[in-house]
Ligand binder design. Structure first.
Ligand SMILES: [Zn+2]
Length: 121
């Protein structure tokens, strides 16, 4: 996948950035999330839209954070459909919405336990 002779203007910040951390972006609030949990939604090769907690399923993926408000916005405003480049029927929308509702009631052990993380500099 090389493009010889291409002169793509590169926006480079000054200074090296050795760390490459793959970040995901919530398609609803567009926050790049390192701290928050992002949940992958996948459009499988056969066209099914499904939540993909493992993040490993085949297909085109889109990410939403664990904030149900982001899910509602993405579902109501076709943001998810656009991100997945497909249309989402009512049944799937309802299923995703109920998944979002469950996010509210999920226990969040990481928030309860005082995990100290070292400050990376
Ligand atoms: Zn979000």
């Amino acid at each position: 996948m090389t493009t010889p002779g291409s002169s793509v203007p590169q926006q480079r910040r000054t200074g090296p950035r050795p760390k490459h951390v793959p970040q995901r972006m919530c398609i609803s609030c567009r926050e790049h999330s390192a701290k928050r949990t992002l949940i992958r939604i996948v459009r499988t090769p056969d066209g099914t839209i499904d939540v993909d907690p493992t993040g490993k399923r085949n297909g085109r993926g889109a990410y939403l954070c664990d904030d149900p408000a982001c899910w509602k916005r993405a579902l109501a405003g076709d943001g998810l459909a656009r991100a997945l480049k497909t249309s989402i029927d009512d049944q799937t929308t309802n299923a995703l919405q109920s998944y979002a509702d469950r996010l509210l009631s999920l226990p969040q052990p990481s928030a309860a336990s005082p995990v100290r993380e070292g400050t990376n500099e």
